[in-house]
Design a protein around this ligand. Structure first.
Ligand code: PLP
Length: 361
């Protein structure tokens, strides 16, 4: 098959070998004579699938099963915007605004209670990560968004705020397992799968068990994390097939290790950023502070919107490079180069950028 150079921000590229495994399992899972989609989620075979995915997730994160629970929920990362405050916002919460997704998270918290915005990069259209943030030490938690999919900024590990004794919560939807992180800093991490770890339809939540005791008790059943922790994500039918694919992606990650994945991601991103920095009269990265540049979503402008439109069109027409259009709210160009995007795709994109520049300078 001729794979397109797919630079979609999400749902996004998946490892080809995972797609092959998934297509096999879609027809016949482990020789059982039925599709993974046709099996009871209560069967011992499926239970093994979900348990292995949970264990592998913690293995990648270097966290223990005694301390943390791994949940596979529906509703997208967007439902987590509400579930986090519903469970844990009692007096007040702190939010850092680094983009539209972070703002949406803060908006849901306001439905529940007192929400303080302790830092924001909205003054410069979210093109940087706020530094040296003071977290209010009497807050119930502080919420950050580690990678800002639309604006192309990312917290590098040294810029994760020091929350002190305040529980740290992170939306890692678009850079989970792209770089090494100290995951033990967090009380709760969530991620919609469809950016970096799997297909749409499942949301990963990793939660510190000891925190649950501090949460609100009187909650609708499905909104209460305790329900899902107690039933090990089997209170109701989990998104069985997406969970399976996420599990295979975790195996793919474990095989390489996060250190190698991170190194490869830096290599890929730097190919693009370095090329643009040396041709900055033609290509302009939207994030100028180099250490804040995302390894996953490389956002840039050309000199006019007309030239950007031509760039996107020619990339598609000549080389089948797709989904390079920036988010509708910001325009410009965005190349999303998640874990599963091969370095050869990035090299091809840089070659096209060179070719396009020569023709249009
Ligand atoms: C895409 C995205 C979301 C929204 O995820 P859904 O699963 O569509 O709800 C939230 N946060 C970030 C950082 C994202 O990139």
């Amino acid at each position: 098959m001729n794979r397109a150079f797919n630079f979609s921000a999400g749902p996004a590229v998946l490892p080809y070998e995972v797609l092959q495994e998934a297509s096999q399992a879609a027809l016949d899972f482990n020789g059982l004579g039925m599709s993974i989609m046709e099996m009871s989620h209560r069967s011992k075979e499926y239970e093994a699938v979900i348990k292995e995915a949970q264990a592998d997730c913690l293995k990648i994160m270097n966290l223990s099963e005694e301390e943390y629970s791994v949940l596979f929920l529906g509703g997208g990362a967007s439902l987590q915007f509400y579930m986090v405050p519903a469970n844990f916002l009692i007096n007040k919460a702190n939010y850092v605004l680094t983009g539209v997704w972070a703002k949406k998270a803060a908006k849901e918290a306001k439905f529940v209670g007192n929400t303080n915005i302790i830092a924001s990069s909205e003054d410069k259209n979210f093109n940087y990560i706020p530094k040296n943030i003071q977290v209010e030490q009497d807050a119930d938690y502080v919420h950050i968004t580690t990678n800002n999919t639309i604006y192309g900024t990312e917290y590098k590990e040294n810029h994760i705020p020091d929350a002190g004794n305040v529980p740290l919560v992170a939306d890692m939807s678009s850079d989970l397992f792209a770089i090494q992180r100290d995951f033990s800093k967090y009380n709760l991490i969530y991620a919609g799968a469809q950016k970096n770890i799997g297909p749409a339809g499942v949301t990963l939540v990793v939660i510190k068990k000891s925190w649950l005791e501090k949460g609100r008790k009187e909650l609708p059943t499905m909104i209460n994390y305790e329900t899902h922790v107690k039933e090990n994500s089997m209170f109701n039918t989990p998104p069985c097939f997406p969970v399976y694919v996420v599990g295979r992606t975790f195996k793919w990650i474990l095989k390489q290790g996060l250190e190698a994945i991170e190194a490869n991601n830096y290599k890929k991103a730097n190919l693009l950023y370095d090329f643009m920095d040396s041709n900055s009269d033609f290509y302009k990265p939207t994030v100028t502070d180099k250490e804040d540049r995302s390894l996953m979503n490389v956002t840039f402008n050309l000199n006019t919107p007309e030239l950007e439109a031509k760039f996107i069109e020619e990339a598609k027409k000549r080389h089948n490079m797709t989904n390079l259009k920036g988010h509708r709210s910001v325009g410009g160009v965005r190349a999303s180069i998640y874990n599963a995007c091969p370095i050869e795709w990035v090299e091809a994109l840089v070659r096209f950028m060179e070719e396009f520049m020569k023709e249009n300078k």
